[in-house]
Design a protein around this ligand. Structure first.
Ligand SMILES: [Zn+2]
Length: 287
């Protein structure tokens, strides 16, 4: 039994409590400004508003053609675009190839962006709840706001709190199921195991484009995604070849250092390096 398990109901109630506190503070500080009770409530939930539409461009297809990533859903011009999660709206007209772009800043630090709109429906700074309509889709080639679009659709991507673009469907898959993965005991025993790697794979699917199975058996794909993450956030400058060496693990140790690891950054993963890494992976986000 290498892995301890924390009752998810305990965590849920604590989170709910914290959310309630934050909402109260927000209302007090904001003095009844942009943050209303609806916003605070909406921050708790994200969903895919576009399940009824066909995916006409996958995340990987975006990457393959040199895009930073996104999901395209084919839909007629003028279709209402509901917010995937609550937050504060910013409209960016003529955002380069993205055309008319709406940004929703969520309370958890993540952002949603929809591109190629034909019409904005909310003003800058407006609060929107989950499912609130922020605009209408566009994408007709050459139409105002379409940017580089070659046919009617909405393009959706998210960014993480560090600003890196992430796959919204992976984000939903990685955080929407509530307690699907147990915590890893690696945080206590310093020995990497299946659950630790499952949590790592879930993390990497959300943040670094990992599309393989969450099976806890790291292979080339897992390691390549790990290298992309430490390249983007932890100073790794080596190749993305799925074959981690000392410099990859040094990046992981720099991550671990943010979670209590105080040993050397020497690329040699010992028990304390794994403990710090596991402390990060045990965040509720990667359940
Ligand atoms: Zn797109």
């Amino acid at each position: 039994m290498p892995d301890s398990y924390q009752d998810p109901r305990t965590r849920l109630s604590r989170r709910t409590l914290m959310r309630g506190t934050a909402a109260t503070l927000g209302l007090a500080v904001g003095g009844g400004g942009l943050l209303g009770a609806g916003t605070a409530h909406a921050a708790a939930s994200f969903y895919n508003p576009f399940t009824a539409y066909e995916i006409t461009g996958t995340w990987q297809e975006h990457i393959d053609r040199g895009s930073l990533g996104g999901i395209d859903f084919g839909m007629g011009v003028g279709t209402e675009l509901p917010a995937a999660g609550g937050g504060t709206v910013t409209n960016i007209p003529e955002n380069g190839t993205g055309g008319h772009t709406v940004t929703i800043q969520h309370d958890n630090g993540y952002r949603t962006q929809y591109m190629h709109l034909s019409e904005f429906l909310l003003s800058d700074g407006a609060a929107v709840g989950t499912g609130g309509v922020v605009g209408r889709s566009g994408g007709e080639p050459g139409a105002p706001g379409s940017g580089s679009s070659t046919g009617p659709h909405v393009h959706w991507h998210m960014t993480d709190p560090g600003g890196a673009r992430i796959d919204p469907l992976a984000f939903l898959g990685g955080s929407g199921s509530g307690g699907a993965l147990p915590k890893t005991g690696t945080e206590q025993d310093g020995v990497p195991g299946v659950v630790m790697w499952q949590r790592a794979q879930k993390w990497l699917s959300v943040e670094s484009g990992y599309t393989g199975p969450v099976d806890g058996r790291p292979g080339e794909q897992t390691y390549a995604a790990l290298q992309r993450n430490v390249r983007d956030h932890y100073g790794y400058t080596g190749p993305i070849d799925g074959a981690p060496g000392h410099s990859t693990w040094s990046g992981v140790q720099r991550l671990a250092a943010e979670y209590g690891y105080t040993g050397p950054v020497d690329g040699v993963m010992g028990a304390n390096s794994w403990r710090g890494f596991a402390r990060f992976l045990n965040k509720d986000r990667w359940d």
